[in-house]
Design a protein around this ligand. Sequence first.
Ligand code: ACM
Ligand code: ZN
Length: 537
Amino acid sequence: MNVKTISLLVATYFVALSSLRAQHPKDLIPKPTSMVEHSGVFTLDRSTQITASSSDPGLVNAANQLNLILNLHLGYSLKIADLSSSTTGIRLILDPSVVHAEGYTMVVDRKKIEIRGSSANGLFYGVQTLRQLLPLNKPSTASIPAIEIKDEPRFQWRGMHLDVGRHFFSKDEVLKYLDYLAMYKINTFHWHLTEDQGWRIEIKKYPKLTTVGGYRAKVGFVRNQAIGLNVDNGKPYGGFYTQEDIKEVVAYALKKHITIIPEIEMPGHSLAAMFSYPELCCFPNDIKEFQEGHVTTDIYCAGKEESFVFLENVLKEVFALFPSKYIHIGGDEAFKDKWKKCPRCQKRIQDEGLKNEDELQSWFIRRMEKFINANGKSLIGWDEILDGGLAPNATVMAWRGERGAVEAAKLGNDAVNATAWPLYFSDGQNSDERAPGNPGGNSLMKVYEYNPMPNGLTEQEQKHILGAQGCLWSEFTPRFEHIEHQLFPRICALSEIIWSKPDKDWWEFYNRVAEHENLLRQYQINYSQRRSYVVES
Ligand code: ACM
Ligand code: ZN
């Protein structure tokens, strides 16, 4: 045996050992608000019971979710019983004295694991913390270290986005994505459902949106093919979610305490809709399918009433599918070239006494906001909705830096910070040219070091910053394995900056992530490798 073989065997032995023992509380991600370790362990085996303080559906769900996790880590699940039947085992207790609605407490001692929350959300997050204390490799008994945790989130909007327009990801892949968000206590999934390159949500009134707009002639994005990430087989590329699929995803998200914010882009980024129904744009005869390398200037015609009838009908079906308060209407990168040339759009500018096309966009968004509000929902849009005047009740999602969030907060409107630097996970995290994603330097370190609360806001204005969100555009991530590569381990840093207190210690976090990789490997997640963590490409 040479030295290399021996060191490989030793390394394998330690990896095996580390996956059998429980994970260590000091490695929890996101870091809890407070934690005290004690001596001793709770020994969990097949005879342990989960008991719940009531038959409240939220509690039953927390117990069922825990059983799914136990199955993954131990290979078995546990009996669920009423709390009064035992003072030992895993106890899930609704307790109004836990102050924060999403907070929880957890006590592990020799007799019990007790999780308390004033709501099912808090209990669910306690269960997610317990996931990270379980052994990984299905031993028949598990020793959980004695500990006391008090934990609550820093921000109420803890989001992650996914673009399914540029590349399509199946319903099962989206469910897996939700699993990943839930692991890190992320409570908002921003589902970018419509794009120039594909319309992905079935709308019964307009079937061509998916039969035509859901597919394109080629997979496209040739850079992916040049570096071997994908192949264009010459066949049409695409896919969409039926309304039944959407209902299933929404119900699944509900069990994970994740709200889904659907995004229906307007007035730009809407070529797939226009290719399906050319009458919606200013110059129907000009419409061509999305072309590689071309900037798309197609836009809903703001002069035609048909555009608004269409969008309202689409949104009515969207409202019925998604229980979320917010509807994301996009609003970004709407090129006004067509509006400048269109007699109908110019007439609208005159009739409404508007100054220019920016004000026409603002008028468009305000009109949609009235409709959205009249249906009991709230509008959120990218920071371009500030241009030409913000709609009165709109929430701004800042992506071109923090500026839009600051401006909105100063106007007294709510904002979510999704600044592209460093929260766009479609940008690279390392210097590997063969890695998927845009080149870029949104390294794990940059995400971790970032404070989502912008400087220069008063205490009152800070209240308008609802939280922050990572975004994953999919031009250069054609397959789900690439999505995983972009998401991990940066989602660990995202969860820290939106859930945990803002004190930071990069090397302490770095070591926690290194330990956490044991879990990612066990879950067979295609995470980006460690060497990329500190490279600032
Ligand atoms: C965006 O990245 N266009 C919101
Ligand atoms: Zn027009």
